[in-house]
Design a protein around this ligand. Structure first.
Ligand code: C2E
Ligand code: CA
Ligand code: CA
Ligand code: CA
Length: 279
């Protein structure tokens, strides 16, 4: 029935959706979107590798376009950057995450640390750490409950400014994660200079970890290096028990992926968290 509905909706969709390229339709929609209406924050759990306990959640934003349906952040984040609304969007996400954080503590009886992706363009906005600090304070969320994820390629370009930003976030007590590690171009020695608390191993290295000796060697080296520098490691994109087993052997700290849960709307994540609590 849902499919039928979608098809019939198509039939009566305004003419412009048929003629304008997808990109333009999306960009126009993104401009007009009241952020509260069509954007939604989904959450994916991060589990302790050994104990299987919940250690945090990553916030992943989705856009439910009225005509084109669910749009991936991979498609709309670059557009939001292009048209200059990414700062508003990131702030909207942070605001939502804080509100939800309060609710989780009520529903579950314990606080859950949340990781939020920040766009590269956001990083060098003036007073960003102070703005985040005030937001946390307004919602009475402890800074240790927030982790900011920054993509390697994005984060390490303006080196001096990024070093300062990370220091400031860490001083406030906010966690900082380097995302997609291994896919950028920065030297490993750079890690020493940047004040990260967490290293997220990109999912391309996790794929087939159990039978791919090259990936195994790489993940082993990355985890060893991260630990030597005092960083916690999170493997993303864990899909099979075999991959999880290898990560346990290697000594990775936390894992995230479809093996445990897909990213889910907050209400569904609440149910998931309630279910693992009573396990
Ligand atoms: P990311 O931060 O590297 O997020 C991981 C992506 O892998 C997510 O895609 C997630 O849904 C997906 N994933 C999770 N588990 C698995 C798995 O087991 N296997 C596979 N194949 N994939 C898995 P998603 O949600 O489409 O997000 C794409 C990217 O968009 C994110 O990459 C992040 O860089 C960006 N993004 C998401 N939400 C936001 C946001 O609110 N603000 C900003 N600035 N960027 C965001
Ligand atoms: Ca991320
Ligand atoms: Ca990632
Ligand atoms: Ca990514």
């Amino acid at each position: 029935a849902a499919k039928e509905q979608r098809n019939s909706y198509r039939l009566f969709a305004p003419h412009w959706t048929e003629t304008l390229p997808r990109q333009l339709v999306l960009e126009n929609g993104l401009r007009a979107t009241a952020l509260d209406g069509e954007l939604e924050v989904f959450y994916q759990p991060q589990m302790d590798c050994r104990s299987g306990r919940l250690v945090g959640l990553e916030a992943l934003t989705r856009w439910n376009h009225p005509v084109l349906g669910l749009i991936s952040p991979q498609e709309f984040i670059p557009m939001a950057e292009e048209i200059g609304i990414i700062a508003d969007m990131d702030e909207w996400v942070l605001e939502n995450v804080c509100r939800q954080h309060v609710r989780w503590e009520e529903v579950l009886g314990y606080p859950v640390k949340v990781a939020v992706n920040l766009s590269a363009r956001q990083l060098h906005r003036p007073h960003l750490p102070e703005r985040i600090r005030q937001l946390l304070q307004r919602h009475k969320v402890d800074p240790s409950q927030l982790e900011i994820e920054i993509t390697e390629s994005a984060g390490l370009t303006k080196a001096e400014a990024t070093i300062r930003l990370l220091k400031e976030l860490r001083r406030i007590g906010i966690g900082t994660a380097i995302d997609d590690f291994g896919t950028g171009h920065s030297a490993l020695a750079y890690l020493k200079k940047f004040d990260f608390s967490v290293l997220k191993i990109d999912k391309t290295f996790i794929r087939g970890l159990d039978h791919d000796p090259v990936n195994r060697a790489l993940v082993q080296a990355i985890v060893g290096m991260a630990h030597a520098l005092g960083l916690k490691t999170v493997a993303e994109g864990v899909e099979t028990e075999a991959e999880l087993e290898r990560l346990k052997q290697i000594g990775c700290d936390a894992v995230q992926g479809y093996l445990f849960s897909q990213p889910l709307p907050a209400s569904e994540m609440e149910k998931f968290l309630a279910s693992i609590r009573h396990r």
